[in-house]
Design a protein around this ligand. Sequence first.
Ligand code: ADP
Ligand code: MG
Length: 618
Amino acid sequence: MSDIINVLPDNIANQIAAGEVIQRAASVVKELVENSVDAGATHIDVIIKNAGKTLIQINDNGCGMSETDARLCFERHATSKIKSADDLFNLHTKGFRGEALASIAAIAHVELRTRHVSSEIGTSIVLEGSKCKEQTPCTIEQGTSFLVKNLFFNVPARRNFLKSDNVEYSHIHEEFLRIAYVHPKIAFTLYHNDKLEYNLPISTLKQRIINILGNHSKERLIAAEQASNIINISGFIGKPEFAKKTRGNQYMFVNDRFIKHPYFHHAVASAFEGVIPAKHYPTYFIYFDIDPQLIDVNIHPTKTEIKFQDEKIIYSILMATVKHAIGSLNLGIDFENISPIDFSAVPQKGIPQQPTLTVNPDYNPFHSSKQKSTSSGHGHFSSVKPATTDERWKRIYESIQENTPVESTEHNEETQTVIKSIIDEQEDTHVEQLAAFQTLYKYIVARIKSGFIVINKEAALERILYERYNRYLSGNAQNSQKLIFPETLTFSPQNSDIVNDLLKELNNLGFDMEPFGKNTFILNGVPIDLLEDNAQETIEQLLESYKNNLLSLKISKKNNIAHSLARSVGKKKNKYLSEEEIQSLIGELFASESPHISPSGKKICITFKEKEMMQLFG
Ligand code: ADP
Ligand code: MG
């Protein structure tokens, strides 16, 4: 019987490894920025084009690499960070596997420029699919610059799995923040499609968090701190009244590394129980400082799941720390044992006394992560044929580029084509109305010259209303319908502060209202198009979304109000439309500034071209 076992060539082995380490553009950003941190950089620039599908560039002023290291760093298991197995249990760097660069080089076009501290001249290397195409000396400031282009160019299956630019960019954004939140002593910038998204100078930890969240967050954070002999906890939690309905800013870090830890998350959430409304999520930034010997980082290739030796004890300390911080606000909540806490000598095998604590003993924090790790990785590569697929990925890549919606203040080319096509259609058929209908409650389907478009009604309404409200807020105040019987509106103290702050804007939108005693307002008129709606409810919803946006989006007050009202009214008005309403919706949508993306980032319409359909039918 003949032998059948082959040893995989390096480039294929690297592609397989890339399946584990590099899932999407954001993984590249994470690995490269972490390398820059490990290289001792104090300034890191992250430059992204098309959500990383076209370009990911990371520049740092770290220690740089010698000519030999610049070549070696792309080899598998090439690392400067561990030398013996013992080092694995005493890690102080982010990387240690020596896999990232080999993996990235296997699935993208990579250019490296680097100059070591001790060298006068730098090295420039160009690689394509693990192969070195060019190596030349170059002049460059001390440090390293990586350019990663055409991600997954040789793995079409993988490239196909990439989501829209919005989704992919939000992953990059998240990875960037996870690193920026732990390194306030490193200055960061993030550019996307030439727009500066973040410019974070070197600062204190609290100031870094404020620089990311916005100035309003200054008064919303409380420090949480606790030293003990097994773990030191520090960080900030959001004041309970700013808890949100959406899971947002919940971050945990161990020794400067972002971690996901559902069990510890449970500890924080439990500490907030009773002080925030049901279905609300607290904000927290918790930093653990622990002896590396007491954790196992090696549990997961992307290293966000970490195993702790003393999980139950840490759970208790964490919960007490957060309760203590909340208690310090003097909300009138009487937690037992909140102060003072002395964890200086926690018995290694015992659990410190914790008041009224309920923990589910069957809770398995690693359950979901296990499922995740088996479903990713090798599977996607099994059907990939090397090299011959070039033409196919090129086509896919081009079509992704074509269909990528671009948020812009001017009509992009695709929009122009759709508008022109709608106009042509009307002229061609000599019908006054455009052939269009509603389906599945949510969509409008309209015929255009080259095929048809499907419009998501709610997202379209949100876009139209957002722009309309912005016009009202910019001085073209909306007509208000006087109420025969003025209404009184009462809000919570926090909300009425905001209403007072937004009074002028609310007036411009058509809510004719004025203060009327403590937390109460008198409503004399309402916007004409909201006549039938419950004004109190509409304003409450506006405030809810406005507050959430304050925490999660960096937008102006005016845009925030327009966005918040558009979202809640868009949801309400998303009813069955008459034919006339459909026509005016389409007209108004394509007259808007960005007919493809709603202000919340949802796709509004998809074009189906006749040619594509013919292809689908073979
Ligand atoms: P790891 O980070 O696990 O060691 P990588 O593949 O990410 O593996 O990097 C390989 C090696 O390349 C690193 O150990 C480091 O010596 C070098 N290196 C990578 N990026 C940089 C950088 N930005 N500056 C200096 N050296 C770097
Ligand atoms: Mg690394």
